[in-house]
Design a protein around this ligand. Sequence first.
Ligand SMILES: [Fe+2]
Length: 127
Amino acid sequence: MAKRTEVYKCEICGNIVEVYQGGGGTLVCCGQDMDLLEEKTADMTTEKHVPMIEKIVGGFKVTVGSTLHPMDEKHYIQWIELIVDGNEVLTAYLEPGQEPSAVFKTSATKVTAREYCNLHGLWKNEA
Ligand SMILES: [Fe+2]
């Protein structure tokens, strides 16, 4: 059963969806079940995909990663998201050529950041 903020991908057409409200059914695309994307974590000093969360005045800046992730046409960060206190989701959609970072305005102090690399999947970090 799908749960809020889970991310699913269709391996045939590439559709990616995020769940707003879980129901009892199975998410299907192109005639088959969509795959639940695992939220990968790692040591951010050695893994370039881990989103780095920086507290700034009025919110947070999230950058992928300690060495900037490539933003080429064939390999780039498609979106960065901030989950605030588990009940609000802020999303920045990125394009090749942009810096792999985003600024989110919020007064929250506890956040989770996620990012999606078109080649290496979904990554998360918490602050
Ligand atoms: Fe990547």
